[in-house]
Design a binder for this molecule. Sequence first.
Ligand SMILES: [Zn+2]
Length: 155
Amino acid sequence: MDGLTLTLEGRPLTYFPAGVPVPAGAGIANFDENEDRALAGHPRLRRVLMRLLPSLPVLYYYLHFSDGTDLHRLDEKVADGTAADEDVRAALLGEAQSVVCPHCAAVIRAIVVDTGHPLFASDRGRRLREHRFRQECPVCGGHLSLYILEVIDAP
Ligand SMILES: [Zn+2]
């Protein structure tokens, strides 16, 4: 893998700076090559790979920031090995999912917080309180109660 190593809360992750594609065919269970390429330079997202246990497959996640964290600066710090937990204090971990709007039934492809993940579990409440979410359906404008970080695609 061409990503960089980043350790958060003592857990090793593979971090992909802006513009660096996650290699296709690496056997990542939830990898979508088109989404990876489309979101590789996103101003509020960085892509990471993580294995929960040595016996489990690698999974693909997004670190999301809504507080204006300078992600190019973060890329530099990860590259030179100086990034620390404090640098991602505002981040939440999300996964791409298809969600259905309860008002108009539109199927929306979105990045949604993984609220059961061990990473950031110790202060997830604070992170969720401080984060800004996408709370309107992009199709009908109805309120969405999920923790939606970004909408990737909608009909
Ligand atoms: Zn809707």
